[in-house]
Design a protein around this ligand. Sequence first.
Ligand SMILES: [Zn+2]
Length: 219
Amino acid sequence: MREIVRSGSDLVVPLECGGCSAPGVRWCADCAATLSDDPFLLRPRVEIGVDAWALGRYRGTYRAALIAMKEHGRRDLTVPVGTALARGVATLARWGELPDADDLTLIPAPTRRSSARRRGGDPVAAFSRVAATRLGARVRVSELLVTTARARDSAGLDARHRVRNLSGAVTLRRARVAPRGTIVLVDDVLTTGATASESVRVLARHGCALHAVIVVAGA
Ligand SMILES: [Zn+2]
């Protein structure tokens, strides 16, 4: 009985900001302001072949929000993160970096099916859908890429080993929504660029030309 009471109390998650742990709010005004930064160009160690943009650096608010969303079940954070992504895409369009941002396909970077299931669905796909809704009727999400069981979790691997780990492990699946218009790969974090590089290669082999990569945070 004591066991049950204890595990029951663990379910009561205190209301706090997903970016800075401020009490009483799910997402505070300061963190919302931080996630409004202009996107900037990354220089990944692995050659991707297209421009890779980040909304911020993988630290502080960005890091906390992504970890809370992915590891601590804060699915509500897909809304502020998706809103930030939409703002970033709109900024890049205004800068002329995306050829036709009104007709846009967001492709979430591949996740392993098992890990996505464990987390209750892929958070990258979830915040991409939030962004698409914000960006308009001709912006869509195509969940085209998947990582096969051959790829191990890349945490702790260096750039060379990440590339080797992913080689041949990213595949296309049948997506309900076919990509068209300007095509952008979306991910939460870009570390070495290995996932993005392999995704670009696989998409290109199937006649799908990516225009850019946009991530929430560059490592
Ligand atoms: Zn906050």
